[in-house]
Design a protein around this ligand. Structure first.
Ligand SMILES: [Zn+2]
Length: 243
């Protein structure tokens, strides 16, 4: 487990500590990748123990839809951004090369878990998450701005994530710092850097970044590296202060 460094309980899981076998070894948290469903349920239960609350894992569609979770353990609607202001609710964003992002708003105590892949970043997943958190503020709190912190989890890095040139250009047209080049000199995307830049532009008080590349680091799942594989997750718990 990697500490996310937020003011509330928040962490990123790794491959370690689960029950899955083969390409899913061992803490696979995704139900849609071909792993045994009962084993995934037990893995998810283990992560809920780590969180101290039943985790609501998002159902990604590579879009920017926002769903609010209103009670602990609620199975959320399909959405790449989950938000909550309910203490005791834990949110989980699964990924394996895409960027998991966890957020906390000190003004309200609300938290967000975000799944931001290439399409999500291009479409504005970070902006959608911030809008979702601002929706939970009162008008006076909205005028005050500031007070938000974020943690960017393990993801494919800009030296590894090779894409066709037109795909790079499409994302870089909106997020200039996404433009990257692989070690071999071919077009690439640096999604974690693009997310970090955008969070800064939106006035986040604090942005932490793991700087762990899923393709290079065997502790993490990587779809790009392994094809058939599992998913790790970023988890954030509303209302459980750690400072
Ligand atoms: Zn890398």
């Amino acid at each position: 487990m990697l500490d996310a460094g937020l003011p509330v309980r928040a962490f990123f899981t790794t491959r370690a500590g689960g029950l899955s076998a083969g390409p899913y070894e061992s803490l696979n948290l995704a139900t849609h990748v071909g792993d045994d469903q009962e084993t995934v349920a037990r893995n998810r239960a283990a992560v809920s123990v780590m969180a101290g609350a039943p985790v609501s894992f998002l159902h990604a569609e590579h879009g920017i839809r926002v769903a609010e979770v209103t009670y602990p353990g609620e199975d959320p609607e399909v959405a790449d951004v989950l938000v909550t202001r309910t203490p005791g609710v834990a949110l989980g964003a699964i990924a394996a090369d895409c960027v998991p992002i966890l957020m906390h708003d000190a003004a309200t105590g609300a938290v967000a878990a975000v799944h931001a892949g290439r399409e999500g970043v291009r479409l504005g997943a970070v902006d959608a998450a911030v809008a979702g958190l601002l929706d939970l503020r009162t008008p006076a709190q909205r005028r005050a701005r500031g007070g938000m912190s974020a943690s960017i989890g393990p993801a494919a890095c800009g030296r590894c994530y090779e894409v066709p040139a037109d795909m790079r250009d499409a994302v870089a047209a909106r997020h200039a710092t996404a433009r990257s080049t692989t070690r071999a000199g071919t077009p690439a995307l640096d999604l974690p850097r693009a997310v970090e830049t955008r969070l800064g532009e939106l006035g986040f008080t604090s942005v932490l970044r793991q700087r762990v590349c899923t393709i290079e680091d065997a502790r993490l799942f990587s779809h790009r590296r392994d094809g058939v594989t599992g998913r790790h997750a970023g988890v954030v718990v509303c209302g459980v202060s750690v400072r």
